[in-house]
Write a protein that binds this ligand. Structure first.
Ligand SMILES: [Zn+2]
Length: 438
């Protein structure tokens, strides 16, 4: 009965939960549950004026030069997808990018961090790319523009910027070419036929195949960063959807941040795997199965309503033997992507959320399964939480499950999501996660 401590339903319906992996204590309290769930924006959607091509923000397709130079883009040719790396700037508008991979102009962990702390040097390839880019008049104009923009954003005046020598300005641009904080930007801002500002293009609005390529592009970037900077130990992957979740643009994108440590959360999870190699089955998959919290699965992944999260959270676990996304086969990757996509589709595009990836660090010898958490950012912690360290989640795991299940059936019937087993159709075999096997 040790599991009792993690998940207790009280006679009045209060659900007390402790997250087995983080120790976070959460209550879903009866009564408060009935409060309406909003996406946190609370505003009435406003009508929009349609622009074609889209030009609503710096991530939009007609404004390719407002972000850092493109490391890669994915273009569609009929049914096939092609990746173009290091496209010369005068060719940006010759094709339409379905996804673009660019450096983040405002890095969390900067290129200088790696340089100063590790004597990191940009690879020859990146150095040459930078030189070629600057030798191109369009490229030089692009770089000087965005360096000035960055300096203005950081509070410098025009006068101060004028005084910065060109060489110094171009040195600032090194981060755009060789940094380890990147973004994967989706093509669309709004859904086709959008009428109001809330008709944004989210992960769930994609076709299943498009979502697979979004995942694959992200993982290609992750693999590339791990090869180009040997000091990297973990690469954080996340997606902030809408402003309450921390997004600076309402335009779909993922972020990738290279780190020289694992972070306490991963460190703790690896420690648990070391003590009990099967812990992610014991305390995640099998535990969820016993409490009827696994509500969707396919042959490559399972989805559960998570317990002990401050926000309503769906957890998607890969069943693969591999503990890192970059080691997954295309079939496995497609399976995980498909389930994540189905969850986004079922929740709709108006709920603000974080998508967070967790997986085995580059230098870990103990494997943990790749899993993706989707956290609904619909509440704000208040004084009660601060004083007690008990968090109030407005939705119980069962309610979260029951909210998504009917929509999954509907979308599966309509062919909007990939093939999956839903609710009681799930097999819930014991130990469904295979990461612990060689
Ligand atoms: Zn946009």
């Amino acid at each position: 009965m040790q599991q009792m401590i993690y998940y207790t339903i009280m006679p009045d319906g209060t659900v007390k939960q402790v997250n087995p992996f983080t120790g976070t204590e959460v209550w879903a309290v009866g009564g408060r549950r009935n409060r309406p769930v909003s996406n946190g924006t609370a505003q009435e959607p406003k009508p929009i004026e349609r622009h074609d091509p889209e030009d609503y923000c710096s991530f939009c397709g007609s404004r390719y030069f407002e972000v850092a130079p493109e490391k890669s883009r994915l273009v569609r040719r009929g049914d096939s997808w092609e990746r173009l790396d290091f496209l010369p700037p005068d060719k940006y508008f010759e094709t339409t990018a379905e996804f673009r991979r660019v450096g983040n102009m405002f890095e969390i962990v900067s290129l200088d961090y790696w340089r100063r702390n590790y004597a990191y040097k940009m690879t020859h390839d990146r150095q040459r790319w930078k030189e070629d880019y600057l030798a191109n008049p369009k490229g030089l104009a692009h770089i000087t523009d965005i360096v000035r923009y960055k300096l203005r954003q950081e509070g410098r005046t025009e006068e101060q910027i004028e005084k910065i020598p060109m060489a110094e300005q171009l040195a600032i641009a090194d981060a755009f070419f060789g940094g380890g904080h990147e973004q994967i930007i989706a093509r669309r801002h709004y859904v086709p036929g959008a009428k109001v500002d809330a008709d944004l293009y989210s992960s769930g609005e994609m076709k299943e195949d498009e979502h697979f390529h979004y995942f694959k592009m992200t993982i290609d970037a992750l693999r590339d960063i791990s090869v180009t900077n040997r000091y990297v130990r973990y690469i954080s992957v996340f997606q902030n959807w809408l402003r309450p979740a921390g997004a600076s643009f309402d335009h779909l994108h993922k972020q990738i941040v290279a780190l020289d440590e694992w972070g306490s959360s991963i460190q703790n999870q690896i420690r648990m795997v070391r003590a009990d190699p099967n812990v992610f089955n014991d305390l995640a998959a099998n535990f969820a199965a016993h409490h009827n919290l696994i509500f969707a699965e396919n042959d490559f992944a399972i989805a559960t309503a998570g317990i002990g999260h401050r926000f309503p959270t769906i957890e998607i676990f890969s069943r693969s033997h591999s503990g890192r996304p970059q080691e997954h086969t295309d079939d496995e990757l497609r399976g995980v992507s498909s389930l994540v996509h189905a969850i986004h589709a079922a929740m709709g595009s108006r709920i603000s959320c974080n998508e967070e990836w967790y997986y085995t660090p580059l230098d870990a010898i103990y494997k943990m399964p790749w899993h993706v958490l989707i956290k609904w950012r619909i509440t704000t912690a208040a004084g009660f939480e601060g004083g007690t360290s008990i968090y109030i989640n407005p939705i119980t795991p069962i309610e979260l499950r029951d909210r998504l299940v009917p929509r999954l059936y509907q979308f599966r019937d309509e062919g909007k999501v990939g093939w999956l087993r839903i609710a009681e159709e799930c097999h819930v075999d014991p130990n469904p996660l295979k990461y612990y096997l060689k």
